[in-house]
Design a protein around this ligand. Structure first.
Ligand code: SOE
Length: 386
């Protein structure tokens, strides 16, 4: 059987999620290839060696140029912070590797376009890590919409709420540094909701937003771990250069209206992505905290019996469900990564298109940037002008 050798760049939160997905994929899904966890890259030898051992990678590298040009690697999977995406993705594509890259694809639309151009030139397969598209409930929502069951879409209402930085003494981790992350809640959380809206409703026409950084100075971080970090009690304070919260409204090309909120200042909400879509014939509701469920309201139901029905998306006929457990045995967050990689590797093996690809990654950056331009200059910004 053909082997596909994977190179993983980065080994923290997303590196762990991806490593886990690679381990599970072959056990639950049939792929016409054997996936090999060949090499992991990290700058610090002690840490990357430990991660390689723990996550099951055969080898590790500490020199990224050497890593992306290793002849024994077929794909490069980028899970490093966003400011490294462009350099790494372009170098990998120039070495004719297929590239998977975490979201947001780049710090800005121009960089995203540059990455897309190189990927196209080298004719590699490319995909962006919008993993929530691959929750079975989202796939079912897509099918319901495509089958015309909620009719013409009028509204998309989406939120992504977290609270992990609400404490003003939470340190200045890389996610709060614009030069590393590109933006704050907007690009980290909002990017997922924007992508889901594009996937389910269609392209954005114009946007208008407002952003706020509630806590402008934070203790300088000493050690970063996953999302979090620690600072010395005597630490000096540095400036937060990203948004803590972004809210925007939009009009889609098809005439639907959207409203979006992304914040890390919503106490009680640890990781809560939710949306509602309203159409001429019905509505859909999803909440990540109830990832196995999709709510559907149909105006075609008998009037006296109308109401939101709660579909448990865990039966064999539901997307991906048959690959896991018998009906009703729920799945979770980590399974979305297994599904996205199943699609990515199938596209490589069968030479079919990937989705969401770097074009989708670029389109998301374009919406992010249009919102920022609107915050800066006021009023609506046409997304196509970015
Ligand atoms: C942290 O805010 C984070 O892990 C994001 O980086 C992810 O993309 C999101 O899925 C969950 O929250």
């Amino acid at each position: 059987m053909k082997k596909i050798n994977i190179g993983l760049l980065g080994y923290k939160f997303m590196g762990k999620a991806h490593s886990n997905a690679y381990s599970k994929l072959g056990m639950f899904f049939d792929l016409d290839a054997e996936l090999v966890k060949k090499a992991v890259f990290g700058r610090d030898e002690q840490w990357v060696a430990a991660a390689a051992k723990k996550f099951g990678w055969e080898t590790y590298e500490t020199n990224w140029q050497k890593f992306v040009s290793r002849p024994d690697l077929d794909i490069i999977d980028i899970t490093a912070p966003s400011n490294f995406h462009k350099e790494a993705a372009i170098a990998a594509a120039e070495n004719n590797k297929h590239v998977f890259c975490e979201k947001p694809l780049a710090l800005n639309t121009k960089d995203a376009r540059d990455i897309l151009a190189v990927a196209k030139k080298h004719n590699i397969k490319h995909q962006v890590g919008f993993n929530y598209r691959f929750a079975p409930a989202i796939q079912l929502a897509k099918k319901i919409i495509e089958d015309g069951k909620i009719g013409q879409i009028y509204h998309f209402r989406g939120n992504y709420l977290q609270d992990f930085i609400v404490d003003p003494t939470f340190p200045l981790v890389w996610r709060l540094d614009k030069s590393v992350a590109g933006s704050g809640s907007h690009g980290d959380l909002g990017a997922h909701v924007i992508d889901l809206a594009r996937y389910l409703v269609g392209d954005f026409k114009r946007v208008m937003g407002i952003q706020k950084t509630f806590i402008k100075e934070r203790p300088i971080v000493e050690k970063m771990t996953g999302l979090s970090g620690s600072a010395a009690e005597t630490a000096e304070y540095g400036t937060v250069t990203v948004d803590d919260a972004t809210i925007f409204i939009s009009e889609f090309e098809n005439g639907a209206l959207g409203s979006f909120e992304a914040t890390r200042f919503a106490p009680g909400h640890k990781n809560d992505l939710s949306f509602e879509i309203n159409g001429s014939k019905g509505s859909l509701r999803f909440d990540l905290l109830r990832i196995n469920e999709l709510e559907y309201f149909s105006r075609d139901d008998e009037p006296a019996l109308q109401g939101f029905r709660n579909i448990q998306v865990t039966q064999d006929m539901h997307p991906y469900a048959a690959n896991w457990w018998p009906a009703g045995h729920v799945i979770g967050y980590e399974h979305t990564f297994v599904h996205e990689f199943y699609e990515f590797f199938n596209a490589i093996i069968n030479n079919t298109p990937t989705s969401p690809d770097f074009y989708d990654g670029m389109k998301c950056c374009q919406v992010l940037e249009a919102v920022e331009a609107s915050v800066e200059n006021g009023g609506f910004v046409n997304v196509a002008e970015i």
